[in-house]
Design a protein around this ligand. Sequence first.
Ligand code: ADP
Length: 599
Amino acid sequence: MRGQGHWSEGVPDESITRDEAARLVRRLGRMLRPRAVPIVIASLLLTAQVATLLAGPVLVRWGIDSGLTAHDGSVLNRAALAYAALAVVGLVLGRAVTVLVARIGEGFLRELRGRLFRHLMSLSMGYFEREQTGRLVARMTSDIDALQELLSQGLVLMVQNVLLFVGAVVVIVVMSWQLALAVLVIVPPVYVSSRWFRRVSNVAYREVRDRIATNMSTLQESLEGIRVVQAFARESSFTTRFEATNEAQFDANLHTVRLSARYFPAVEFSSVAGTAIILGVGGAMVHADAISIGVVSAFVLYLNNLFEPIQQLSQFYNTVQSAGAALGKVFTLLDTQPTVDERPGAFDVPVGDLAIEVDGVSFSYAPDAPSVLDDVTLAIAAGERIALVGPTGAGKSTLAKLLARFYDPTAGRILLGGADLRDLTATSLRHALCVVPQEGYLFAGSLRENVRIGRVGATDADVDAAIAVLGLTERFAGFPQGLDSEVHEGGARLSAGERQLVSLARAALADPKILVLNEATSNLDPGTEHAVEAALEALMSGRTVIVVAHRLSTAARADRVAVVDGGGIAEIGTHDELVARGGRYAALYAAWQSHHAAH
Ligand code: ADP
C-alpha cells in the first residue's frame, strides 16, 4: 500500500535497545559539549525554580501554624508577602529556563539541520538514485521534530519532575514520616497503572495511525483510479472497501478512548484518595497533637507533586523512544560516506585538447548486482561527436554517468586528457564536462536565475550571451516578463520543451569542453522541437559530445555511432559505415525509418 508507507514514514515507532541508546546518548553528549556552559546555567536555574515550587507549602505551613493558629497577624502578613515574592521569583526563573533551554535546543537543532543539508549535498549521485526523496525529507522534518520535542520540552519536564518528586518526598518525610508513609502507599498503584497505560496506549495509538493510513490510501487509490473504477462500474465495491477501512479506523479510535477512560479517572481517584488519607490520618494525628494543622495543609499541597511527575514521566518514555529512533536515523545519514570522493592530492583537469579513453571499464550498481557494463573500451577524440544507441536498459545512460563520474567504474578506468577521472578535482571536472539531463529541473525563481545556475558568478550579460549563442534570445523575450519571468518550483508553468531550452542555456553558460547529453524520450510539440534541435546544434558545435540518442536522426548526424548492447559496445563506426555493414544498427535504423515514414 503506497499511501500507508507514505504515512507511517517518519513516525519513529521502533524501539531501541539499551546498547544503542547508550551509544546515541554518548554521541549526543559529545555534540552538546560546546554548549556545556549554558546547559549548566539552565540546570541551576531549573533547580532554583523547583526549589521555589517546593518552598510554597512550607510558607503556607508557617503562615497557618505561626500566624493563624498563634493569632499572630504580622507572621501571617510576612508569610503572605513571602509567598507572593516566591511566586514572582518562580515566574521569572521559569521564564528564564524556558527561553534558555529553547535557545540551547533550537540552536543545536539548527546546527544539526545545517549539517544534514551540507552532508546531503556532498553525497554521490548513486545515493540519491537509491534513496527516495521523501525519506530524506523525513530526516529533516519528522525526525528533527521528534528531537525537538525531546530537547525543547521533554528534557526540562523530566528533570523538573524528577526534582519535584524527590524534593516533595524528602520534605514530607522530614515534616512527618508517619503521615508521609500513609500517603506514599498511593504511589505504587499509580506507578504501575501509569506503566500499564503507557504500554497499551502506545500500541493503541500505533494501531490508530496504521488504520488512518490504510483508510487514506483506500481513498487515494480510489480517487487516482477513478476512471478505471467508473469505466468498470466498480463504484459499489470500492465504497464497500472504504466502509470497511473506515470502520476499522472508528474501532481503533474508540479503543484508545476506552483505555483513557480506564486510566485517567483511576488516577484522579487515587489523587482524591490521597487527600482523604491526609485528612483522615493527618486529622487524627493533629487531634493527638502529633503534628500541626499547617503540616496537614502542606501535605495536601504536596500531593500534586507526587502524582504529576509519575504521569509525566511515563509519557516522557515515549518521547525518548521516538527521539532515540530519530537520532539513530539522523546519525546513519550523517555517517554515509560519498562513494565518489575527491582523493587527497587530486589535480585539475589538464589544459588543451581533452581526448576521452574508456579503458576496460566494467560496472555494476551494487556489489551483488549483475554487471551493467563489461570490459568496455572506447576512445573518443577531442571535438568528436559520438552517439550511444541501443535497446532500453543496455547501459547507455550508465556509460554516460561513468563519463561524468557520477559513479566510479568497478574495474578499469576512464581517462580524460590522459588523466584518470579519479585523480581529478571535482570542480575542474565539472568545468570541463557538463551533463545535460533528460529532464531539465527548474528552481523557484526567474528564468534568468535558473540559467545562471550554469556558472557561478555569471553576470546578466553572460546569461544574455549564452542565450544568444543558442539563438534563443527572442524566444525567451517572448515570456511575459522576458528573462525575469518567475517559474514555479519544478517548472510547472513551462512546457517540457521550454524546460529543456533552459537546461541547454545553462550548459551554454557553463561553456564546457565536453557535453554529455541524455536526449529526452518524450515528444515535444513541433514548434519547440525545432527550437530545441537548433539550440542543441549550436551548443554542440566545437565541443566533444557524447549523446545518449533516442532518435536515430540524432545518431545519423553524429561523427560516430556506438551501439551499446549486452554489456558492451556491439558495433561502432560512422552512420554510413554501420548502415552499409547491415548489422544491428542497420536493422535498428531501417525499423526506425519505416516507423517514421508510417507517421
Ligand atoms: P539505458 O540508458 O541503455 O536504457 P541504463 O544505463 O539506464 O540503460 O540501465 C542499464 C541497466 O542498469 C538496467 O538494467 C537498469 O535497470 C540498471 N540501472 C540503471 N540505473 C540504475 C541504478 N541507479 N541502480 C541500479 N540499477 C540501475
